[in-house]
Design a protein around this ligand. Structure first.
Ligand SMILES: [Zn+2]
Length: 334
């Protein structure tokens, strides 16, 4: 297997005023957060997938940064970046307008709760989601959308340190923002970058994802904190852009040959990405590419349950099985 090692969970210092909170693996639900702290004032980038994981994050910020969080920026509306928002009491919550709109929709939360109860076990997708959800507890979560809605850019002063949020969507979701701290050369990228893990894309376009990667590649930054995965420099954006270009090319060949999404995803040799986690996510990636080849809109509805069924089959299929960083095949454990 590869030389990948797990992240050490906890806060990692990036610059004088910046930290990343890393979770140990980098697949489903285990995201990274960011902290900017200066002059008795802290800003948090994202919360986590449930209340228990978010409490660990907030306890680390309280004990190691020691400044109250007055501002929270959500990079997007996926639950692993915002389902702990309610615990950041009293903070201004900032997000893109489309992120705020989407956060009010509790369908995914209800779906995961149903999967966790076993209500969906008759479906391969249900069993797959139950496995993915196993490390989390979705009780008590009250989706808490942004109180301040942004459009293209928004800047905040955190104890004298400038923090800028920029809209780059629709890319991974409708409302993606990246957060930069120029003084420390840091960008918190959210899920426009998954590092050493196949990405799972929802609403958006590959063109916008690639443009977001080119933007990050052009920034004067040293530290790129991806939504999932280990810390990196700007090579994280280059790697991700090259992945998108590779997957689009692989998908196009098969689309032109009339091969189905699922057969295409199964047939693609992950090649340079053989040691990236959760290869079954290529089902989602190929489906998005096919929708784009067909000229469908970035927010055209798609059948996520059918795609999760196909991912479940691929994850259970031996050599295509989900790979966790310790090298064992374990669908749903990344
Ligand atoms: Zn995420």
């Amino acid at each position: 297997m590869s030389g990948r090692t797990k992240n050490q969970e906890g806060l990692a210092r990036l610059g004088q005023h910046t930290w990343a909170y890393l979770q140990p693996d980098w697949g489903f639900g285990l995201s990274n957060a960011g902290v900017v702290g200066c002059g008795g004032d802290a800003l948090l980038v994202d919360t986590f997938f449930d209340l228990a994981h978010t409490r660990r994050l907030l306890e680390a910020v309280a004990s190691q940064v020691g400044m109250p969080i007055r501002t929270l920026v959500n990079t997007h509306d996926n639950g692993d970046h915002c389902w702990g928002n309610q615990l950041v009491e009293g903070a201004e919550i900032i997000g893109h307008r489309l992120c705020a709109d989407a956060m009010g929709n509790t369908a995914v939360l209800e779906l995961l709760r149903a999967a966790q109860r076993g209500d969906l076990d008759a479906l391969p997708a249900g069993r797959y989601l139950r496995g993915l959800a196993e490390p989390f507890d979705f009780d008590g979560i009250v989706p808490t959308p942004p109180s301040t809605v942004m459009e293209d850019t928004l800047t905040r002063d955190v104890g004298g340190v400038e923090v800028e949020a920029r809209y780059v969507g629709p890319a991974h979701t409708a409302g993606d923002v990246i957060v930069t701290v120029p003084a420390d050369g840091v960008v918190y990228a959210g899920d426009v970058i998954f590092r050493l893990c196949h990405p799972l894309e929802w609403q958006g376009t590959y063109a916008n994802l690639i443009e977001a990667m080119r933007l990050i590649e052009s920034l004067d930054v040293e530290h790129v904190v991806s939504g999932h995965g280990p810390l990196a420099g700007k090579e994280a954006a280059t790697e991700m852009r090259e992945y998108f270009e590779w997957l689009i090319g692989e998908a196009r060949e098969r689309w032109e040959a009339g091969i189905s999404v699922i057969d295409a995803a199964r047939a693609i040799d992950p090649g340079p990405y053989a040691d990236w986690a959760e290869p079954e996510r290529m089902v989602f990636g190929v489906d998005r590419a096919y929708r784009e080849f067909e000229g469908k809109a970035w927010d055209a509805p798609f059948d996520a349950i059918t795609l999760f069924d196909a991912m479940a089959a691929m994850a259970e299929g031996g050599e295509s099985g989900a790979v966790v960083p310790d090298g064992s095949a374990a669908p749903g454990q990344s």
